[in-house]
Design a protein around this ligand. Structure first.
Ligand SMILES: [Zn+2]
Length: 137
């Protein structure tokens, strides 16, 4: 792995500055119009849709589209800062069928984006650990 190419002057990756609604639309297109955790449909007005960071911001996750999945506001709130694998365990305890494939897909695409753009030295090992845990399922 080469030197850390993080550039604080910020050559912003594409999609970072899209408005919230547009980001949500793109994420829904990719994941389907359901919460990745509880699978409730979220295109209706009844369930408030949001995008959520697979690697939480507080754990060093970048605000890139690759780090976002579609979630309902309830799951977004209740997950807190738990790791995807821990929260998936909790979802399954609750009898839900979380979309593990979508989460793995997001983690892989984030891993590829990090490899391409560099930096993210906190998110890197986090992503690797989560992929190891989720791949064992
Ligand atoms: Zn949900």
């Amino acid at each position: 792995m080469g030197p850390d190419r993080h550039d604080p002057s910020g050559s912003a990756p594409p999609a970072t500055n899209l408005p919230r609604r547009e980001r949500l639309r793109l994420v829904l297109e990719c994941d389907g119009a359901a919460c990745v955790w509880c699978r409730r449909p979220i295109e209706t007005d009844l369930v408030r849709a949001t995008t959520e960071h697979v690697v939480p911001r507080i754990k060093g996750g970048p605000s890139w589209l690759e780090n976002e999945v579609a979630a309902c506001a309830r799951c977004n709130r209740e997950r807190g800062h738990r790791t995807p694998a821990d929260w998936i365990d909790e979802c399954q305890r609750r009898g839900w069928q979380p979309d593990v494939d979508a989460v793995v897909r997001a983690l892989r695409s984030l891993q590829a984006a990090i490899a391409e753009r560099g930096g993210q030295r906190r998110a890197r090992p986090y992503v690797a650990t989560q992929l190891r845990r989720l791949d064992r399922r």
